[in-house]
Design a binder for this molecule. Sequence first.
Ligand code: BG6
Length: 371
Amino acid sequence: EKGGYATFMEKEIHEQPHAVADTLLGRTDADGNLTLDELHVSEDELRAVTKIVIVACGTAAYAGTVAKYALERWTRIPVEVELAHEFRYRDPVIDEHTLVVSISQSGETMDTLMAVRHAKELGARTVSICNTHGSTIPRESDAVLYTHAGPEIAVASTKAFLAQITASYILGLYLASLRGSMAASGTDPAEVMAELREVPAKIEKLLGSMDRVKEIAYYMADSRSVLFLGRHVGYPVAMEGALKLKELAYIHAEGFAAGELKHGPIALIEPGQPVFVIVPSPDSEHGLHGKVVSNIQEIRARGARTLVIAEEGDEDVVPFADVVIRVPRTPALLAPLLTVVPLQIFALQLSTAKGLDVDQPRNLAKSVTVE
Ligand code: BG6
């Protein structure tokens, strides 16, 4: 049942190329228009949306945070991402022109379900991005976009995360094509879909080059704290990397926005402190690549041990990196589908090195059906 892998998590990490490919499958009709699974919201209603609110918990919320960058860029609709349990009790400003997008692997997370019900009471249109057919959240939503990751057994989410990002991007592209909002960004939905279709092969390639990551995980098994830095879409990836390490290896870990470093977290840097840095592509806009390279330089000068995730061919990081982990080149907004993979493998290997239960970490449940 584990298909030759030692744990479900390892199996599910290796299923990620399929999770992305299958989620992309059958999304375009003969005319190249994007299609959703079940849509009980009219196109006119979707054109009238003035705000998108993404609600989710845990890893799904980080998928939503990644999605915010792409959705705002493509649709030009303001996007908020909120933990479902905070949204529910905050008296949010919502009306019939708000599209509330819930993201949930199980479709049964009580906090997320309550947020969806609250959104409906307030008159919002609701879309569910979900991995489980017929579960409660999609049943109660106006529209559903299923992720096709297949059953996820390991408590810590991996392939569902990639599928959730993929599905949110499909939703973003659909809204963008309805509203004709992408022209300004110099691209179009078909182009991004074509780039997305290249991602599964890139994940496959990446999975074949993880030996160094596994090695560092083994000699870092005694770490007391690991920090993760990222910027733009790399920021939620940093938070997800930290979450995986907490969940699986019970190590204190925190993800920060790299730009925030000088506003506080740099005080944590002392000799030997391991820091993963997710570096944006050298092609990124606004000089983000150079800014993150400077951050690596700053923390290295203070003795940090820098574990750098960078694109193939990015030589600027080399002088300041103790370890460089390479990911295939891809457009900036799609990078999280690759950069998170080494962080998943790292947490898995570290958990294994400590002799812990990878699939069933202590105190956690796959689906939390109580508030
Ligand atoms: C947590 C799980 O309790 O719920 C996480 O341990 C998961 O792995 C989170 O990300 C949200 O779950 P779901 O099913 O709503 O995506």
